[in-house]
Design a protein around this ligand. Structure first.
Ligand code: NAP
Length: 254
């Protein structure tokens, strides 16, 4: 009988990670490779994708960088087509691409609101559709939501909070639609605060407030989120679907 740690392995699997050019997504790509998966990396910045792809190859796995804007459904389909041509299958999708701005609601232009929804929510849906069309039973989709999809925001971030709450609803619905004959599990993670390009401009006093509201009282480490991603992507979570796992130092109380 396989040992329990073997359930976390992804040997022979192919994982797609969007937003893999920086921050959390770059870390997920390498973590999935460490767990044994070949990785397809999607984002807009080609040079950054190449760098992260080299890190994936450094683990001994194969990497396929595909320049992709997830807000365009045709580009999402093209990424999956390339993955199928190159690797012949897709077993895991990590819907991680995201943007976030803080803007008072009465000053937010419709184009900004639409852009955030287009990337964070619509993009995740286009990617899930494109992958689910080719995924075999046993596959797993993990949507990267946010603690701000679960609880009130610390800054004026209506679009971001709505997009991330929307991702949790999307997770619930797709998990029901695709659990049966398709055998695809769909879950989400809701990260708290992690130091990346996205959070680099958060003012010091706001960060202090965020950390005060977190029982563990510190920022999260990439590896702490990697572990949650590997858990939800792998057979270790084979009886879990439709769930949102908060990785937020206790901030949301979920
Ligand atoms: P980041 O370093 O800014 O990464 C964002 C990634 O999304 C980049 O790789 C970016 O790549 C990609 N992206 C943006 N627009 C895209 C588009 N239209 N098409 C394809 N890719 C696009 O920030 P991060 O913190 O790692 O964020 C990763 C995810 O975690 C996001 O969904 C974010 O909302 C979520 N999250 C982060 C935190 C945190 O504390 N850091 C907390 C909760 C949730 P390109 O610019 O190359 O396209």
């Amino acid at each position: 009988m396989a040992g329990v740690l073997d359930l976390f392995r992804l040997d022979g699997k192919v994982a797609v990670v969007t937003g893999a050019s920086s921050g959390l997504g770059a870390g997920f790509a390498v973590a999935l490779a460490e767990a044994g998966a070949d990785v397809v990396l999607g984002a807009r910045r080609a040079d950054r994708l190449d760098k992260v792809s080299a890190d994936v190859v450094g683990t001994g796995q194969r990497a396929l960088p595909v320049v992709t804007d997830v807000s365009d459904p045709a580009q999402c389909t093209a990424l999956v087509d390339k993955a199928m041509t190159h690797f012949g299958k897709v077993d895991v999708l990590i819907n991680n691409a995201g943007v976030g701005y803080a803007l008072p609601a009465l000053k937010e232009h419709p184009d900004v609101f639409r852009h955030i929804m287009d990337v964070n929510l619509h993009g995740a849906y286009w990617m899930a559709q494109a992958c689910a069309r080719v995924m075999q039973p046993g596959s797993s989709i993990v949507n990267v939501s946010s603690v701000l999809g679960l609880v009130k925001t610390f800054a004026p971030q209506a679009a971001y909070a709505a997009s991330k709450a929307g991702l949790i609803g999307l997770t619930r619905d797709l998990s029901q639609q695709w659990a049966g004959r398709r055998g695809i599990r769909v879950n989400a993670v809701a990260p708290g605060y992690f130091a990346t390009e996205m959070t680099a401009d958060i003012p010091e006093n706001m960060l202090t407030n965020i950390l005060r509201s977190s029982p563990l009282g510190r920022v999260g480490e990439q590896r702490e989120l990697d572990a949650a991603i590997i858990f939800l992507a792998s057979p270790a979570s084979s009886y879990i679907t439709g769930s949102t796992l908060a990785v937020d130092g206790g901030m949301s109380g979920h």
